[in-house]
Write a protein that binds this ligand. Structure first.
Ligand code: TPP
Length: 272
């Protein structure tokens, strides 16, 4: 078929640290998440929260590739997605704490944030069909804009993902599916729940796929940027980040063996 179906990989991170502006946002997200875990431990927060520790560079790499006309559909692990798009850690923290001044006046909480063209949901597999519908609307009414949906590796267990990919490819919709493949879904390793590969599944629907093993935002943008521009022209893309979840699934629920935790900590971009 066409060249966009190739599944190239951006490998390895450089030895030098990320550019200052990228690093500043990555560190802001890192410390925001650490502060949340600390607040929970001290009984200042209620409900639940899922931190993106280890994955901060993903939305930081993507944010400059997006415009205000683009929709972003975030998921349960979305604090970094929000901060990379808007900054505004104070508005998000107030939201998570259920306070006045929160992005949604404190009624959305950690997982259900709505601002401009940014929406998050805690329901796995909910956002991709919605993003596909929005992508259809954008194609008709606002050509050049795209809809981005963040999903995890475990969310590929939801049938709605495949209905969405089918429609997006068939109708040539400006849909960007960003997969944060952190190797685990709550407590289930990806190897125990996903047959084949995400690239193979994207190819089955005629969607382009790029696998990113690099953690440097500028290097990621250099390769992903042209593919994102093709999304705007109606070539849906599955952009798969091979990443690591440093923290627990939500708060104190990390069931991984010590050796696996050592492996993910050694792979953390923060040391570099
Ligand atoms: C429909 C649905 N089923 C189950 C859950 C409970 N749940 C929340 S996150 C999660 C695991 C998600 O794994 P993955 O998609 O890999 O994302 P990650 O948490 O690793 O970022 C589960 C099972 C949910 N939120 N929605």
């Amino acid at each position: 078929m066409t060249d966009h179906l190739a599944t190239p990989t951006i490998e390895k991170a450089p030895d030098s640290p990320p550019a200052a502006a990228d690093l500043a946002t990555m560190l802001l997200i890192r410390h925001f998440e650490l502060a949340l875990l600390d607040l929970f431990a001290r009984g200042e927060l209620h409900g639940t929260t899922h931190t993106c520790l280890g994955q901060e560079y993903v939305p930081v790499a993507l944010a400059p590739l997006l415009t205000a006309r683009d929709y972003v559909f975030s998921n349960h692990r979305g604090h970094g997605h929000y901060i990379a798009r808007f900054g505004d850690p104070a508005g998000l923290l107030a939201e998570i704490m259920g306070r006045a001044g929160g992005v949604c006046h404190g009624v959305g909480g950690s997982q259900h944030v709505f601002r401009d063209r940014y929406l998050s949901t805690g329901v796995q597999g909910e956002s991709l069909p919605v993003a596909t519908g929005v992508a259809l609307h954008l194609k008709r009414e606002e050509p050049g804009a795209l809809a981005l949906a963040y999903i995890g590796d475990g969310t590929w267990g939801e049938g709605a993902v495949y209905e969405a990919l089918n429609m997006a490819a068939l109708w040539r919709l400006p849909l960007l599916v960003v997969v944060e493949n952190n190797g685990i879904a709550q407590s289930t390793p990806t190897t125990a729940e996903l047959a084949g590969t995400i690239g193979g599944r994207a190819a089955a629907f005629g969607c382009a796929h790029l696998r990113v093993e690099n953690t440097d935002p500028a290097e990621i943008r250099a390769v992903a940027g042209p593919l994102v521009e093709r999304v705007r022209e109606g070539v849906p893309l599955v952009l798969e980040f091979v990443t690591n979840r440093l923290g627990p699934h939500s708060k104190g629920d990390d069931t991984r063996p010590a050796a696996e935790l050592s492996r993910v900590r050694a792979a953390d971009w923060h040391a570099r």
